[in-house]
Design a protein around this ligand. Structure first.
Ligand code: TEU
Ligand code: CA
Length: 583
């Protein structure tokens, strides 16, 4: 497979290439990033204090998980005022300062747009539920129910029916997530106008774009049909009836026409239940909907050998154009180094190997806080240590089915979203340098060993490897937007691929397994190659590519340029000088 990346003409109104094609995004989960006022909750002034760190890491864009007013039933993904900053996080003035300070460091800021649902404490919903004739009633989905029960069999993401009965007005309302997250009725043009105006206000303030929460769920199948199949308690996953419904494209095109195209921004859709063909409909430039969708359909755990295969499939379906946001970690998933890498003996090496994958495959990379330290899953001893509504509801459901307390915890812990939500590990101090107070969720005890302060001074740390990779990427047209060609790897977990642009060629060799392997010699591309980066200490920068790969070894090589009059010695120097990185 050999396809051109970015071959389509990505011209903005000003004629230039979109800035986001060259960026790397860093996701901040504000509650867990940095506390500045000892209340145990991360906040905006805390983020400002860490901007120099983010700048030194070498990312270009920050995505903040929701920072808006919220009763925190789902940690801010239940918004009660789209225009207000949550007092836990600071003030609007703090936010403006964050934008200014970020800009001063050449960092852009995108916000989380959560408009599939609001909080049930949002004034719109308070009005809507006050009477059947309230003008805001149709801002949400109401239904009288069926045979004395909910209107259909859909199950909510957080367990139980996706419908809640409202005593006062005698009807059910839809909530795909918790009952405190009623779904907005996007079929109502007044809802859409309210949302577009709100988006204009944030963009007018200087925000650089949006990550759009479950954006492909906005349009629901007409007539509220039952989802096919049988499920426990008669409830069935209704995904096919609200994900990627045809109407979604009308909404997104309208949003683009009325809001997005008037600003120089990045939009990335969180769209579950996509395949490459469906994905294309959201990001094809000519359709004028979104810029990127996350590449999510990667069954890391069960299908590690296909990791690169998934990227290849999407890349090919997009005709080699950049439409995907590539990501290994976020606030909803367990830490990939624990789940897919090696959380034990080879933790550092596997974290670096995964980083090499993330930052060298085609697409716009998204990192998640702590990933650059190789932060791992946590295993709390009691359910009361967990905070996430999904974890707590699943635990209660297992107990109701007769499962024992300890077994329920053991079954759920490896996949708990709280694995990603423990405080950022800045130092070995109590509170991990995240807070001097009591953190809202306990720190992972391994912060004593895994923390930014220790890694700062260690040239071989995961942190410094991320820095080197990010620098290599910034200086390499091939990695940022070059062609992508897969080469023979040999074994399933061994990946070999090549990127090329502007006369530069980069070859990546990855062993995503715990065993040493000899890669297929047929996968060695022609030419004279030298290493520019690798995750084994002391393997010698500028050395020949290895014939054998150690467990979790990652190697990045550059092809030496053959220029007339250039001496061999000079040519040998090139890769290092250009990349500016060492091992
Ligand atoms: O997640 C969407 C979503 O589908 C998640 O429920 C996901 O399936 C789950 O977390 C897997 O464990 C988005 C946000 O990222 C998530 O934090 C929110 O809870 C959710 O939307 C509702 O806003
Ligand atoms: Ca705080």
């Amino acid at each position: 497979m050999n396809s051109q990346l970015n071959s389509r003409v990505l011209v903005r109104r000003d004629g230039g290439k979109p800035w986001w094609l060259d960026t790397v995004v860093y996701q901040i989960y504000p509650r867990s990033f940095q506390d500045s006022n000892v209340d145990g909750i991360g906040d905006l002034p805390g983020i400002i204090d860490r901007l120099d760190y983010l700048r030194s890491l070498g990312v270009g864009t920050l995505w903040l998980s929701p920072v808006f007013a919220s009763p925190n039933d789902d940690n801010g993904y239940d918004i009660s005022d789209y225009d207000a900053i949550h007092p836990d996080f600071g003030t609007l003035e703090d936010f403006r300062r964050l934008l200014r300070e970020a800009r001063a460091r050449d960092l852009r800021v995108i916000l989380d747009l959560v408009v599939n649902h609001t909080s049930d404490e949002h004034p719109w919903f308070l009005e809507a539920r006050s009477s059947r004739t309230n003008p805001r009633r149709d801002f949400y989905h109401w239904h009288p129910g069926r045979d004395g029960g909910p209107p259909n069999n859909w199950e909510s993401f957080f367990k139980g029916p996706a419908w809640e009965f409202d005593e006062r007005t005698g009807e059910y309302y839809l909530h795909l997530f918790s009952r405190k997250q009623p779904d907005l009725n996007w079929a109502n043009p007044a809802v859409r106008q309210e949302i577009y105006q709100m988006m204009h206000r944030w963009l007018g303030m200087g925000v650089d774009g949006f990550r759009m929460d479950v954006i492909n769920f906005l349009a629901k199948a007409p007539g509220w049909p039952d989802a096919p199949g049988e499920g426990a308690g008669g409830l069935v996953f209704g995904g096919p009836l609200y994900a990627n419904q045809p109407g979604i494209h009308d909404y997104l095109r309208e949003m683009n026409a009325q809001v997005l195209r008037h600003h120089d921004i990045l939009t990335v859709g969180e769209c579950h239940f996509l395949n490459p063909q469906l994905a294309r409909d959201y990001v094809e430039r000519e359709r004028r909907e979104l810029d990127l969708v996350f590449l999510f359909d990667v069954p890391y755990e069960t299908d590690r050998r296909n990791l690169l295969g998934h990227v290849d499939r999407w890349h090919a379906a997009f005709g080699g154009r950049t439409g995907t946001a590539v990501t290994l970690n976020n606030h909803d998933s367990p830490r990939l180094v624990s789940k897919f890498g090696d959380g034990g003996e080879h933790r550092e090496r596997s974290a670096k190997a995964l980083a090499t994958f993330l930052l060298t495959v085609p697409g716009v990379p998204f990192l998640y806080q702590g990933e650059e330290l190789g932060m791992t899953n946590v295993s709390f001893p009691r359910i009361s240590d967990y905070r996430d509504i999904e974890m707590l509801n699943r635990h209660a459901a297992l107990l109701a089915e007769g499962c024992g307390e300890a077994e329920a915890l053991a079954r759920l812990a490896p996949d708990s979203r709280d694995n990603a939500r423990t405080p950022m590990q800045w130092s070995a101090e109590p509170g991990a340098g995240f807070t001097r107070g009591t953190p809202w969720i306990a720190c992972n005890p391994n912060h004593a060993a895994i923390n930014a302060a220790a890694q700062e001074t260690d040239p071989d740390s995961v942190l410094n490897y991320y820095r080197a990779l990010l620098r290599l990427r910034r200086e390499s047209p091939a990695l940022r937007g070059g062609t992508h060609e897969r080469l023979a790897g040999g074994r399933n977990e061994v990946f070999s691929y090549q990127r090329e642009a502007a006369g530069e060629a980069i070859w990546i060799l990855l062993n995503l397994s715990g065993e040493a392997v000899t890669p297929d010699p047929a996968g060695r591309p022609p030419g004279n190659w030298r290493r520019v980066l690798g995750n084994l200490p002391g393997t010698g920068e500028n050395a020949e590519p290895p014939a054998r790969l150690e467990p979790w070894e990652a190697v990045v090589c550059r092809r030496l340029l053959k220029r007339t009059g250039e001496t061999a010695a000079r040519a040998t120097e090139r890769p290092l000088k250009e990349a500016g990185v060492c091992g």
